[in-house]
Design a protein around this ligand. Sequence first.
Ligand SMILES: *Cc1c(COP(=O)(O)O)cnc(C)c1O
Length: 453
Amino acid sequence: MERTKFTLDEEEIPRYWYNIQADLPEPLPPVLHPATGKPVTPDDLAPLFPMELIKQEVSTERWIEIPEEVRDIYQLWRPTTLFRAHRLEKALDTPAKIFYKYEGVSPPGSHKPNTAVAQAYYNKQEGVNRITTETGAGQWGSALSFGGACFGIEIKVYMVRISYDQKPYRRVMMETWGAKCVPSPSEDTKVGRDMLAKDPDCPGSLGLAISEAVEDCVSRDDTHYSLGSVLNHVLLHQTVNGLEAKKLMEKADAYPDIIVGCIGGGSNFAGLFLPFVKDKIDGTKPDLRIINVEPASCPTVTKGPYAYDFGDEAGLTPLIKMFTLGHGFIPPPIHAGGLRYHGMAPIICHLNRLGLVEARAEHQLDTFKAGVTFARTEGIISAPETNHCIKVAIDEALKCRESGESKTILIAHSGHGHVDMAAYDAYFSGKLQDYAYPDEKIEEALAELPKVG
Ligand SMILES: *Cc1c(COP(=O)(O)O)cnc(C)c1O
């Protein structure tokens, strides 16, 4: 019998996160202050984040120690398992070897608590007892709510309206962990009230929910803000997964030819691939392909320009150099709520520009079809976000069937879809549709890009 599961002992949970900034061939472009156009200083960010996270954001130290308290909580679900997808391979009749590293076993059901717990910890260390945040599909909100529960921190979540209506159970999860969740746009902030006055039926966007969470944070002294993706320190915390994956691939006596993952803000996939991209940078694995998969309806990396933009709708955040669809872009209401963001992690954008990673966009219906194939072979019902990279993994495996090559494909499996069954229901009843790339809408939003330098 060939092995299906590859696992590590609890003592083998990594003791350090891997910081790609130590190994980048060229440094990241600076993050700019929106008023001065100058690089932001730690003091500029201090109202939002604890100093330890601000330091991590710009650190070029290769290894950053994971605090013991954080590792203790990681033990609740880490290390996570690497699976060999024998049954999927068989169904596809492919000589490819497909592996997936499964993050759906965490309490909230995705990779997100890898950073939520760390961020809650550093806030607690600095004496902060209230944190605001935004959430798209509700996964980040539930992860931070869980992190807040671990350290006794009050969490206030602004949840994108469309998901708040589509996914009520995510809100109940947040409440079960003790957090407060309101739909965004909300009446609780000026940004929210202004938007409701303009458009009472506004479905919301991640950018707008970020504006509300930031406004709430900076209008009080006792509150910090937390972001679940995009930023360097978030990707850093997620590398705990990639470091495990590297050890596990060794145990499986394999090394990936292709790594695929879905990208919303880029954190889960970067967390998996960053320890591998290092091998590409130092020349040991020049042929490794790393494919970032995004929705065709929100094609940030495949269609957006590389430019300085705000991280939020209202323009309250610093300016970040990234691929962007414009901070005013409101993506169509696809069910992969976690992938509906106008921007992308600067680290992923930078690696893309350097030719170290590539990107692809997929339509919603194809991704659900792939997700159903995966569920009927491997058993796991995946998050709609994850289905995007499963689609590409299947495509690559089918190419191997054509060519007869036996490539090794590693999927970053970011989470389960148990709270997304309404989306599967819509798919089965023929109510899901594809959304074409809304060119005019994106052009409108791009016209408002901030002018820099
Ligand atoms: C949030 C989420 C994503 C997208 O966010 P990234 O920061 O790009 O990882 C993908 N998959 C799942 C299951 C998620 O919850």
